[in-house]
Design a protein around this ligand. Structure first.
Ligand code: FE
Length: 341
C-alpha cells in the first residue's frame, strides 16, 4: 500500500492521528524510580487518552541517572521521574535534562514546587511526619524535629536507617536550618532514643510503634495513607488509630519532599514527552497521585484523599532541591558519625 492509500484508509477507518504524533513514533520512554502500583494506572490512563504508548525503565534514581549519562546522545530516555528534589536537582546538574518549557505546567504547579530554571517540576509531595498511637495520646514535648533528640524520649523512636534517602533529605533540611554542630548532636540524640535497631521501611516503623516498640514513628504521610486503603484488613484497621504530629508548625514548617519529572536532555520524542509531562498535572493524573498513592497533589486545586485531609492542613517547608543536593553528603556523614546506623 502506498503512503497516500494508507493515509486514506486510516482516515476512512476513523484513525486520524494528531500531526505531532505522526512525525514521531507514538511512544514515550519513562526512566522512573517510582515503585508504586498507582503508576501503572497512571500510564494506562495516559495511553487511553492520548494513544501514546508508555515504555517504562524502572531502577533506583542513581542507577537511572548513571544509565542516561552512559547512553549519552543515544539515550532513549524521554522523561525522568524520581522522588526527592535533590535527585531531580542532580539530574539537572549533570546536564541530563532540558527545560520542559510548558506554560501549562507553570500555570498549574506553584512556583515553590518547580525548579527556578525550569528543569523539573513536582507532580506530588509527601511530608515526613511523627506518628503516635492515638490510644496513648501524643507524646508531650514533641512538636519539632529538634525535640526528637530530647533525653525524655530514650527508647521511644522507630525510624529506618540514616542512609535511606528520606532520612538524608530530612537531615539535609535540618542542616540548612540549624548548622552542622546542631545536626550531629540531633542525630546522636535520635540514635540514643531508638526503640529498636533501624530495619525495614516506614510502614515497618509504624507497625512496630503501634505494637508497643516505642511511642514515636517517623514516616512519610503516604505510607500511612496506603495502609488505610490496603487490601489487608489488619492494616486498614490500624491506620485510623495512628495520630500525626506535623513538626515545626511554629517555625520553618514540616519537611516535605517531592516526586517530580523532567524532560531528558536527548529525548527522541520531545513532543510526546511534553504531552506526558503536562498530563501529570491534569486533574485525572493528580487524582491518581492523591487517591491512588495517597500523596499530596502538586496542583493546589486538586483533591487530597479524605483520610489524609482528616489530619488537617499544615505549614510546609518549601523543598529546595539544590540546597538539599548540596547538603546531602554532609548530612549523611553527620548522621553516621553520630551512630545512627
Ligand atoms: Fe517510598
Amino acid at each position: 500500500m502506498n503512503r497516500r492509500a494508507f493515509l486514506t484508509s486510516t482516515a476512512a477507518a476513523g484513525l486520524a492521528v494528531p500531526a505531532i504524533a505522526r512525525a514521531q513514533e507514538r511512544v514515550v520512554s519513562l526512566y522512573s524510580s517510582r515503585h508504586y502500583d498507582a503508576d501503572r494506572q497512571l500510564h494506562s490512563a495516559f495511553t487511553d487518552s492520548t494513544g501514546i504508548r508508555v515504555r517504562v525503565i524502572e531502577a533506583n534514581a542513581d542507577q537511572l541517572l548513571e544509565r542516561i549519562r552512559s547512553e549519552g546522545t543515544n539515550s532513549p530516555a524521554d522523561v525522568i521521574i524520581t522522588v526527592d528534589a535533590s535527585r531531580l536537582a542532580r539530574a539537572a546538574e549533570l546536564g541530563l535534562t532540558q527545560p520542559y518549557a510548558s506554560a501549562t505546567i507553570d500555570s498549574r504547579v506553584p512556583a515553590a514546587l518547580r525548579d527556578p530554571d525550569g528543569q523539573w517540576f513536582a507532580a506530588s509531595t509527601r511530608a515526613r511526619v511523627l506518628m503516635y498511637d492515638k490510644a496513648k495520646g501524643a507524646p508531650a514535648g514533641l512538636s519539632r524535629y529538634e525535640d526528637l533528640a530530647k533525653e525524655q524520649f530514650r527508647g521511644q523512636i522507630a525510624v529506618r536507617s540514616s542512609g535511606n534517602g528520606y532520612n538524608v533529605a530530612l537531615a539535609s533540611s535540618f542542616l540548612a536550618a540549624n548548622g552542622a554542630e546542631a545536626t550531629e548532636a540531633w542525630a546522636r540524640g535520635i540514635a540514643a532514643n531508638l526503640a529498636r535497631p533501624p530495619a525495614g521501611g516506614d510502614r515497618d516503623q509504624i507497625r512496630a510503634m503501634m505494637a508497643g516498640q516505642g511511642t514515636i514513628a517517623i514516616s512519610n504521610t503516604y505510607y500511612l495513607g496506603l495502609m488505610s486503603i490496603s487490601n489487608q484488613a489488619e492494616e486498614r484497621e490500624l491506620a485510623p488509630r495512628v495520630g500525626i504530629i506535623f513538626p515545626n508548625q511554629g517555625d520553618r514548617g514540616t519537611h516535605v519532599n517531592v516526586s517530580g519529572a523532567a524532560l531528558a536532555k536527548n529525548s527522541p520524542n520531545v513532543d510526546n514527552a511534553r504531552v506526558f509531562l503536562e498530563f501529570l498535572t491534569t486533574p485525572a493524573a493528580q487524582r491518581v497521585f492523591a487517591l491512588g498513592n495517597m500523596e499530596f497533589p502538586a496542583v493546589a486545586e486538586a483533591e487530597v484523599h479524605p483520610f489524609l485531609a482528616s489530619y488537617g492542613d499544615f505549614k510546609k517547608e518549601a523543598p529546595d532541591g539544590a540546597k538539599m543536593l548540596a547538603n546531602a553528603p554532609e548530612a549523611l556523614r553527620l548522621m553516621q558519625r553520630a551512630g545512627w546506623r
